[in-house]
Design a protein around this ligand. Structure first.
Ligand SMILES: [Fe+2]
Ligand SMILES: [Fe+2]
Length: 169
């Protein structure tokens, strides 16, 4: 894949913009088109979260901001609850639109937190001594792998970080 971004954070910010633009399209779409775009944006968010969880968040652990990192991962979990639901083959089509609406609002909030100047996770990354160009390369390689997996079959349901999902008895 072509290296089109300056570093990992520029790439993740571009993902945020792409995801938010797609949520706006989902909001305006109807019927099959809404379903198609909704599945696409849920998949994009899932891959974006996986890249952050595999590379960015672990690189920042132990720098004195662990609670902020955990908060971000709990926000991922709340998003994944909806993502796993809407990507499941037996999802309820009647509530598909409202679920996507809530997911879009949650992600917008989460993106703002990550991008927040002076305390967001992206700001932390810019101020930590980590090689964000090398991280970009690792992320792009992993992203290509995950995209190939989506095309071939599908990704397994996203794993939770902290939020336990209990089966109702
Ligand atoms: Fe995130
Ligand atoms: Fe993000």
């Amino acid at each position: 894949m072509a290296d089109t971004y300056a570093d990992a954070i520029v790439k993740l910010e571009a993902d945020h913009d792409r995801i938010e633009a797609l949520f706006e399209k989902v909001d305006k779409a109807e019927g099959d088109e809404k379903q198609r775009l909704g599945i696409r944006v849920a998949g994009l968010v899932k891959i974006h979260m996986a890249l952050e969880e595999e590379f960015l968040y672990p690189a920042l652990r132990g720098n004195g901001h662990d609670d902020k990192l955990t908060e971000g991962l709990v926000e991922h979990d709340t998003g994944k609850l909806i993502i796993n639901d809407v990507l499941s083959p037996d999802t309820d089509t009647d509530s598909f639109g409202p679920k996507l609406q809530v997911l879009g609002e949650q992600m917008e909030h989460h993106h703002k937190e990550e991008e927040q100047d002076g305390k967001g996770v992206f700001w932390m990354a810019r101020n930590a001594h980590i090689d964000l160009k090398a991280m970009l390369k690792d992320m792009e390689a992993r992203e290509a792998e995950l995209q190939a997996q989506v095309a071939e079959d599908d990704l397994p349901a996203a794993d939770m970080n902290y939020v336990e999902v209990s089966e109702s008895s």
